[in-house]
Design a protein around this ligand. Sequence first.
Ligand SMILES: Cc1cc2nc3c(=O)[nH]c(=O)nc-3n(C[C@H](O)[C@H](O)[C@H](O)COP(=O)(O)OP(=O)(O)OC[C@H]3O[C@@H](n4cnc5c(N)ncnc54)[C@H](O)[C@@H]3O)c2cc1C
Length: 531
Amino acid sequence: MRRWNGWGDEATVVELPANGAAFLAERIGEGQPLPDASLEQVLARVPASRLDAHPLISLDAETRVRHARGQSLPDWLAMREGDFGQFPDGVAFPETPEQIRQLLALAVERDLVVIPYGGGTSVAGHINPQASARPVLTLSLERMSRLLELDEESQIATFGPGASGPQVESQLRARGYTLGHFPQSWELSTLGGWVASRSSGQQSLRYGRIEQLFAGGTLETFTGSMELPTFPASAAGPDLRELVLGSEGRFGVISEVRVRVTRLAERESFYAVFLPSWSQALKGIRSLAQARVPLSMLRLSNAIETETQLALAGHPGQIALLKKYLALRGAGAGKCMLTFGVTGNRAQNAASLKQAKRLLKGFGGVFTGTLLGKKWEHNRFRFPYLRHALWSAGYVVDTLETATDWVNVDSLLGKIESSLRNGLKDEGERVHVFTHLSHVYGEGSSIYTTYVYRPGGSYAEALARWSKLKHAASDVIAQNRGTISHQHGVGRDHAPWLPVEKGPLGMAALRTLAVHFDPEGRLAPGVLLED
Ligand SMILES: Cc1cc2nc3c(=O)[nH]c(=O)nc-3n(C[C@H](O)[C@H](O)[C@H](O)COP(=O)(O)OP(=O)(O)OC[C@H]3O[C@@H](n4cnc5c(N)ncnc54)[C@H](O)[C@@H]3O)c2cc1C
């Protein structure tokens, strides 16, 4: 069963290795565990619903708790403390586009606010109800998860918007296809959520981001249904799919999604290479991207992330041997791990591997085969569970991300890390910070930074520290030509920084669109566009 106050399935537990806790204690001090609230305590705080009974709507307190918060750090702290803030007044579970339309009509009739809800994996405050004089209806798409049609000739699949990653892949794989979209939240996030928040999967290098995969579909709005037909390409004016991509529930509810799918590849392998320094590693990954070497995944960890990953990998004996070997081959202190994937048939993969090895060798790369690549593959959806282990050990972990042009990557990365590393200095606290690049393009790269800090003595302190760090890093991103989000979207947490990159005219255009589709401001108020 899905956890009500954290990530994933209750049955999955990922432990922090003993040397991992020691590693963190040495860097930022002993952990400071905080007490967790129980579900019973939270249920006792759920107020009576302001909605009338309706066949499509659940007013059950636990259902309302389970749809009140996403997965951002403030969400995590609220759930752990048991202080949720607002709960939706009810959760609707439509099964067809027609039922979505009925629920939107009900919202007009009863003066409701509506929050579209996919998998609730938002990390930017997208789906949290706010205090409102109008009752809040959360609209979960989880019962609309079926593969409705597979056009094998055009390789286009039509899905209900609530299909989660495993539901998308299992239905496609049964027919020999894949979507190839694997965000780290794949286990719980949904197709509609990916489109609505412009998601990027770990293998975007081969399959493309959701923007490339989203071929068309239907948006239900307060002013009618908008059909987006599929075309391989079109010069017929602005592409209306762009109004749906990144709309974050503000313009309407996506009721059907058509995606471009690919035949399952014959084989796939992941490898690790160590580069002797960050500057060599950066040149290496940029060359791979710009030479268009046909890899399916690339992830370059900076030196601190490499060190942290090796420390948290467990097996200290084997890791010590590996480090010794790498040092002998020229990748000692300051080394950076680059993981890459090849996906295709035997001949394609052999050619890609050869090209990548040869190119990386020119930058001092030491190839270590598939062992660490297999480990990455095994853990690729298990990393989010580590937040539980760190929390129990008394540490708070969060991530943030951006993207910028190559010419700016190193400088922006350094500034983000330093804003976080020094962010709690006035309190005498250290912050452990590390970064990787995992979505690379010819012209630039995403930057994905993780930071670990101690919560202090209370939940209020833990949240205040987060707020200080998040604001400092977001300011740095916005002032230094980074986008406020490469893949997590805007939600409420990033909305204050959106005008910096969209400009006044751009913001006005977005607001006009929101009013066009939702004249009474019922859909997810405050998300994407601040109130
Ligand atoms: C541990 C973890 C790892 C993550 N890793 C990645 C990653 O690798 N790549 C990445 O891109 N993101 C990642 N995310 C962020 C998150 O998973 C994505 O933003 C994802 O796209 C959200 O999908 P969801 O179905 O959970 O949407 P939700 O969180 O339910 O909703 C997100 C937004 O989309 C809207 N929405 C959802 N469904 C619909 C619909 N049918 N119609 C209209 N609006 C809708 C909501 O109203 C909301 O504004 C991660 C999150 C976590 C917690």
